[in-house]
Unconditional design. Structure first.
Length: 271
């Protein structure tokens, strides 16, 4: 086979691979929400009562309670101690978890759309690919939690996310970018010091007066985000998209890492 033909075949193979990758990424980007009937009993009703959940906790005798793949939609579980509980694949849509302890809980792939988790404690919890769309997490503590989850439209005013990890694992991204999404989220006054948010989607998020000191926002999407008055000392914005972002009045601008390498900085609002 001559060299030109080899190059032609290699080029075709690379193009096919590129198209295949783009297709897979597009499918993943559509998210878990597509093709899910949120009105179905599985996604809108509860198979247990609060008393039955409390009974499961009592029988666990201090060990992590097994609540995985359970439908707990709409239940009032506020104030319970669910620390370390296995809630993988659980449905908690519209559930009340205000003040609930979920430290170290496993909420991977859980559904908590419009759940009330205000002032809940989720320290060190794992929420990998969980769906918390429009959830209320004002004042919640997600310190050191794994938050590569969907918080689109959620409220996290005054929440603690210090050291939280929402960055994608680039070694395992065969079906697209699994990362933290706070698109249109409300994070005014939230504490995100040292948070890992590389490649996170924060477009149109409200981050006024938020603390982002030392946070990793490299290649994050911040288009249209409001960061007015935010504390950004030591924050890494290398490759972040800042189109139409509001950076007026930010504190620590002189020590932002990679600001000169951010995208669309000329289109951001600045002092």
């Amino acid at each position: 086979m001559n060299r030109a033909l080899v190059h032609r075949h290699c080029g075709a193979a690379l193009l096919a691979f590129g198209l295949s990758w783009a297709w897979m990424a597009g499918v993943a980007a559509q998210g878990m929400m597509q093709h899910v009937d949120l009105a179905s009993p599985r996604m809108s009703q509860a198979e247990l009562t609060r008393d039955e959940v409390e009974d499961i906790l009592a029988k666990a005798e201090g060990k992590p309670a097994d609540l995985k793949d359970r439908s707990l939609n709409g239940l009032d579980l506020s104030g319970l101690d669910l620390s370390g509980a296995d809630l993988r694949w659980a449905r908690l849509n519209g559930a009340k978890l205000a003040g609930t302890r979920l430290d170290g809980a496993r909420l991977d792939l859980a559904w908590a759309i419009e759940a009330d988790m205000r002032s809940a404690s989720l320290k060190g919890a794992s929420l990998f690919q969980a769906q918390l769309v429009r959830a209320k997490l004002d004042g919640a503590d997600l310190s050191r939690a794994r938050i590569a989850a969907n918080f689109e439209g959620a409220s996290l005013k005054g929440a603690r996310l210090e050291g939280a990890d929402g960055a994608p694992d680039m070694r395992n991204q065969s079906m697209g970018l699994m990362r933290a999404t706070f698109r249109s989220g409300r994070l005014q006054g939230a504490d995100l010091r040292g948070a890992k948010l590389a490649r996170a989607d924060l477009e149109f998020a409200s981050l006024q007066d938020a603390v982002l000191e030392g946070a990793d926002l490299a290649r994050a999407l911040l288009g249209g985000a409001n960061l007015a008055g935010a504390r950004l000392a030591g924050c890494d914005l290398t490759g972040a998209d800042l189109a139409a972002a509001d950076l007026r009045g930010v504190v620590g601008a002189e020590s932002i890492v990679g600001l000169d390498q951010a995208l669309n900085l000329d289109r951001a609002w600045r002092d």
